[in-house]
Design a binder for this molecule. Structure first.
Ligand SMILES: [Zn+2]
Length: 234
C-alpha cells in the first residue's frame, strides 16, 4: 500500500494505492480518501479526481459545517434542543442554582440573573449529567438486547467532541459520547449507542460490523439519517 497526499490548496485528497479492483472515492471525518488499484496510472487518478472536484468540495464543505455544528452550543438564545424536542428556557432568580424541565420549558434558576457566566455553568453541568444518565441507561437497555454476546458493561465518558458522536476504546472497555448528541432524538442516539457497543467486539467498520448492527437494528440507516437531520437543524 502506498499513500500520497494530493492538495489543490483548499482540499486535500489522501491517495492510497492498494490491492483493490476499482477506484473508490469517499469522505471520512472531513478527509477525502481515494483508493485505487496498483495497475492504474497516477495521472488517470488525478484526472478522475479533477472530474469529481465539485463533488469533493461539496461533500467536504458539508462535513466541515457538520463538524462546526458539533463544536456548537447547548442553548441558542432562549431555546434548547433536547432529545429531538425544542424547549424554551425561562430564567428565574432563586436561592439555589437549579435546572428543571417543566412541560416544554426548561426553568433555569440562578442566584444572580445578571451573571451570564453562572447561567452557562449551571446549564452546562446539568446538561452533562443528563447526557451521562441518558447514555448510561441506553447502554443498559442495549446490553440486555445484546446479552447473547456477554458484554462487560463499558466505562462511560461524556465530553464535548469536535467531529464525532462517540468513540470506543476496545482495549480499555470505554465508550465516550459527545455531549451534543443529547440534542438528537432517542432513536438516533440509540444508533450511536449500538454502534459504539458493536466496536467493543469489532473494531473496523467492515461488513461483519454492520451485519451485527443490522441484526439488532434493521432500520439503522434511517436512524443514522435522523441523527444528521436532528443535529443540523437545532
Ligand atoms: Zn465507528
Amino acid at each position: 500500500m502506498t499513500v500520497e497526499i494530493l492538495s489543490d490548496g483548499c482540499t486535500e485528497v489522501l491517495m492510497i494505492r492498494k490491492r483493490v479492483k476499482n477506484i473508490n472515492l469517499r469522505v471520512s471525518k472531513g478527509r477525502v480518501i481515494c483508493t485505487f488499484p496498483y495497475g492504474v496510472d497516477k495521472k488517470y487518478v488525478r484526472d478522475f479526481l479533477e472530474r469529481k472536484s465539485d463533488w469533493i468540495k461539496l461533500v467536504s464543505e458539508k462535513q466541515k459545517s457538520q463538524n462546526n455544528y458539533l463544536m456548537g452550543y447547548i442553548r441558542k438564545d432562549d431555546k434548547l434542543q433536547l432529545l429531538g424536542s425544542l424547549y424554551t428556557i425561562i430564567e428565574r432568580q432563586e436561592k439555589n442554582n437549579t435546572v428543571k424541565i417543566v412541560g416544554d420549558t426548561i426553568v433555569l434558576s440562578v442566584k444572580d440573573l445578571k451573571d451570564e457566566e453562572l447561567k452557562d455553568r449551571v446549564l452546562s453541568k446539568w446538561w452533562k449529567e443528563l447526557a451521562y444518565i441518558t447514555f448510561d441507561s441506553l447502554i443498559d437497555k442495549w446490553l440486555i438486547t445484546l446479552n447473547e454476546y456477554n458484554f462487560v458493561k463499558p466505562y462511560i465518558g461524556v465530553r464535548k467532541m469536535k467531529s464525532r458522536w462517540g468513540s470506543c476504546n476496545k482495549t480499555k472497555g470505554r465508550i465516550t459520547f459527545n455531549e451534543y448528541l443529547l440534542k438528537a432524538e432517542v432513536r438516533a442516539v440509540e444508533y450511536v449507542v449500538l454502534h459504539e457497543l458493536a466496536h467493543l467486539k469489532i473494531r473496523a467498520h467492515d461488513k461483519a460490523f454492520y451485519t451485527l448492527i443490522e441484526k439488532f437494528m434493521p432500520d439503522y440507516k434511517v436512524r443514522k439519517k435522523a441523527l444528521m437531520n436532528d443535529l443540523l437543524q437545532g
